[in-house]
Design a protein around this ligand. Sequence first.
Ligand code: SAM
Length: 255
Amino acid sequence: MFNFKKKFGQNFLSDKNLLSAIVTDAGITQDDVVLEIGAGAGALTKELSTRAKKVVSYEIDLDLRETLENLNLENVQFVFTDFMKEDMKKVEKNLSSFKVVANLPYYITTPIIFKLLEESEALTSLTIMVQKEVAERIVAKAGGKDYGILTVMIAFYGEAKITRIVKRDMFYPAPNVDSAVVRIDKKTRFDVDKDRFSKFVKASFSMRRKTLLNNLSTLYSKEKLKQTFGDDFLKKRAESISIEEFVEAFKKLEN
Ligand code: SAM
């Protein structure tokens, strides 16, 4: 009997309709190469293997190796290692383009998303199961309590939407929270230095209750901020600023 490992975020799926719906949400066709992070016992991998051209699936837990290899899925390559330690250049070496479809381990959801969005050149979309609360933060609109660094930085890389809510009892073992499937389509919309932009967004949100003038003065002098922007803008809080406004403000400061 397999011992589920909490430390690896092991909450497995088995409902065939749900697995099929996730692959449909991802828009997978026979032309697609799919990268999966966290094969588990291979439930989603099997569905992907029947619908995609090729699947590369990472799994950290060596205790799952035999189960996965015994599935004998011809178009699936399993890689038994920690995905976070993989060099993205190596991952995508022979892939001209690929989509990610995964029921992500929750303890490293955000690091995985940013590793993919920041380091991959061939990634076109991500369709991922995440905690519902994280999904709500990803798709939040400016002005609400869920809107923050995660929302803005994901919007910087692409367009995100929730495709379905998944109740906790669909998993085994059931986690303490409900989940949601989020699809992020990668889009290059903004021509700015991503590392500097990311620092700018993080500084803007550093103290949620403070104004942009206060938060941004950790990065730029107050004189520079006052020369660049009017009072109305500097009195605002980051939570009310859209991705387009963030990019515009950043460009003004960098020029
Ligand atoms: N795809 C399966 C399913 O839907 O039933 C399993 C999903 S489970 C939420 C996440 C899986 O990711 C687990 O099997 C876990 O062992 C694996 N995992 C956790 N951390 C990982 C990492 N750093 N690299 C690769 N796999 C990881």
